[in-house]
Ligand binder design. Structure first.
Ligand code: AMP
Ligand code: GLY
Length: 420
């Protein structure tokens, strides 16, 4: 079959890499892709935010199955348009994607189905929002209701910081996403991510992971899109996974169906674990980046069969074959990220690295310039390895990191510390 992957980051490179290994895949197109993806797939130019253009591209290229990587095309209704055109797609409808695109919607769903999460209130006006902050004290969490490219959340340690965040959001710092603001109770604990496939009704767990959001070692410095991840996350014990399925995920899936917007795709639950109990921090309606890289490394070719079954409502027939192993990914980013950084610096040494089913460098932000490989984004490479233990996977990943010649890049040297 002919497959189109939408997106061009490390997540999409790992999705394309897994799909490509499956003999069902004939032609593989990624839009827009990047320099690493270009080595295994055709890269195409396509505005994924325009559902009609995506449908036309699929018709012109006889695409049978579309895997939608990022959240923006989902929120824009690309999965809906493909379904209307009779083209199979992996990813939820725009109505179901509200689990990521509206924090207030997610909170209402949690309340309706009894899923444990932080206490919350929604405001469309700064005066009552500030009164709420003063009444509740700090720490407290201020969130732009809508999509803000992962940046619309402020965990305020003081009341002053919270009041400033409220003002900034209503003043338009996050654009329309901040016209409505959700204020939440601060939850203490350890964060972990749980990934399940959902076909509207059936739920299939496909792995746990932990991300490293802060830019600096020891979880210091500003938040980023994620500086590294590993899977599995030992904090997500089998008992805790059962608890999360029973108390959070299955009730959410049932509530979405009840509301007439059944969820299909990957549901990524961000959890806070404290005293052996998990509460929901947020849902995402797509794979995490860089969490997908470790999940795809562990799933390999079966990822395509699972995503197809998910899109076709056949998950009750599916099982996941797990190697009892560990995967880790280390993000190499351009110096200055997540602030301002330069583009265009040359990256050397990748060709000499051995790559196989246990070691892979996924490209997140790279391009070709006069035949040279150059950095073209903030997060640039995801150096990924599997091992029988997390320590073995980590050593293999950092050995590759050390063999890459890119003086303008940096990485965290402590990915995996919580589990090691
Ligand atoms: P979100 O975009 O909702 O995942 O929030 C980004 C990050 O903010 C999360 O990964 C948490 O680290 C933190 N966070 C969000 N909500 C809360 C909360 N209610 N309590 C504590 N931390 C939170
Ligand atoms: N790595 C966090 C995310 O993809 O949202």
């Amino acid at each position: 079959m002919n497959i189109l992957v939408l997106g061009g980051g490390g997540r999409e490179h790992s999705l394309a890499w897994a799909v490509k290994q499956n003999p069902k895949c004939d032609r593989l197109i990624v839009a827009p892709g990047n320099a690493g993806i270009a080595a295994i797939a055709e890269c195409a130019t396509l505005d994924a935010g325009k559902p009609a253009l995506v449908v036309r591209f699929c018709e012109e290229n006889a695409v049978d199955f579309v895997i939608i990587g990022p959240e923006a095309p989902l929120a824009a209704g690309v999965a809906d348009a493909l379904e209307d055109a009779g083209i199979a797609a992996f990813g939820p409808s725009a109505a179901a994607a509200r689990l990521e695109s509206s924090k207030a919607f997610t909170k209402e769903v949690c309340d309706a189905c009894g899923a444990p999460t932080a206490a919350w209130a929604r405001f469309t006006d700064p005066t009552p929002a500030k009164a709420h902050v003063r009444a509740n004290g700090a720490p407290i969490v201020i969130k732009a209701d809508g999509l803000a490219a992962g940046k619309g959340v402020i965990v305020a340690q003081t009341v002053d910081e919270a009041l400033e965040a409220v003002e900034a959001m209503f003043a338009g710092e996050f654009g329309a996403a901040g016209a409505s603001v959700v204020i939440e109770e601060f939850m203490a604990g350890e964060e972990a991510s749980f990934f399940v496939l959902v076909d509207g009704e059936n739920v299939l767990p496909i792995g746990t992971a932990q991300d490293h959001k802060r830019v600096g070692e020891g979880d210091t410095g500003p938040n980023t899109g994620g500086m590294g991840a590993y899977s599995p996350a030992p904090v997500m014990t089998p008992d805790l996974q059962e608890q999360v399925l029973a108390q959070i995920i299955r009730p959410t899936v049932a509530e979405m169906a009840r509301r007439g917007c059944p969820f299909r795709g990957v549901l990524y639950a961000g959890l806070m674990i404290d005293g052996g109990q998990a509460r929901l921090v947020e849902y995402n309606v797509r794979f995490g980046d860089p969490e997908a890289q470790v999940l795809m490394m562990r799933l390999g070719a079966q990822a395509l069969d699972l995503m197809l079954a998910c899109a076709q409502g056949r998950l009750d027939d599916c099982a996941v074959n797990w190697a009892d192993d560990h995967a880790i990914t280390v993000v190499l980013a351009a110096q200055g990220y997540p602030g301002t950084y330069e583009k265009g610096s040359e990256i050397r040494g990748l060709e000499a690295l051995p790559v196989d089913s246990r070691r892979m460098v996924f490209h997140a932000g790279t391009a070709r310039a006069d035949g040279r490989l150059v950095a073209s984004g903030g997060r640039v490479l995801n150096v990924t390895a599997r091992g029988d233990s997390l320590a073995e996977a980590r050593d293999a990943a950092y050995a590759m990191v050390d063999a890459i010649d890119w003086p303008e890049g940096f990485c965290r040297r402590d990915i995996g510390w919580r589990a090691l």
